[in-house]
Design a protein around this ligand. Structure first.
Ligand code: FES
Length: 212
């Protein structure tokens, strides 16, 4: 792959042509909020809508996880329209997220907290009504707690479960507002042959999968 030069927030950067902008930015210590991006995927789901950037010559903000870099690209990670889109996506995520952050096992590393701090967004529901999920918390495993109420549907656990660990325990289920990550017939994790490697916990950006 040939090398290209681009600028992100006026910083000149060399990258491999075709690499997705999100990863180029992160590798160069430029933070862009993201939840659903998986580096190995050539066609990312782009479902969280948090990674918007402004690109010179393109009229609308664009998701950086889907944008292949090319020579001469000029990118801004912040602008009025980028900030507005990211804030809306973030607020929609909060509308069905259990906001009991103080008691949450993930409070030291939660990506939602990181984004709120970085973008100066409140961890509060203001614009959108609460769509509280009251799904049972799965404590059946010796080491892992699975709280679907905190899941942000990023798909990171599904990816490692299928492609790294190859256990095939977790997957997406249902549609629309009922969409969730779950197991076959919503069975408890302990019903499956899970080797308790905790890779799903490592990649969960929030407190949906945590170590006990
Ligand atoms: Fe790009 Fe989720 S990381 S849309």
């Amino acid at each position: 792959m040939s090398k290209v030069t681009l600028t992100i927030d006026d910083q000149e950067i060399t990258a491999r042509e075709g690499e997705k902008l999100l990863w180029v930015a992160l590798e160069n210590d430029i933070y862009i909020p993201h939840l659903c991006a998986i580096k190995e995927l050539s066609r990312p789901a782009a479902s969280c809508r948090l990674c918007f950037v402004e690109v010179e010559g393109i009229s609308q903000p664009i998701t950086s996880c889907t944008l292949p870099v090319k020579d001469g690209l000029k990118v801004k990670t912040r602008s009025k329209s980028v900030d507005r889109l990211v804030k809306t996506a973030f607020e929609l995520l909060l509308s069905d997220h259990h906001l009991n952050c103080k008691e949450c096992a993930a409070k030291e590393y939660c990506t939602l907290l990181k984004i709120a701090k970085e973008r100066g967004v409140k961890l509060k529901r203001e614009r959108f009504p609460a769509l509280e999920r009251n799904l049972p918390v799965d404590n059946s495993c010796e080491n892992i707690t699975f709280d679907r109420n905190k899941c942000v549907l990023c798909g990171q656990c599904v990816w490692v479960d299928r492609h790294e660990v190859k256990a095939g325990i977790l997957n997406f289920s249902r549609r629309g507002l009922s969409r969730m990550v779950t197991t076959f017939q919503d069975m408890e994790l302990a019903e499956f042959e899970c080797n308790q490697c905790s890779r799903c916990v490592e990649v969960c950006p929030v407190g949906a999968l945590t170590v006990k």
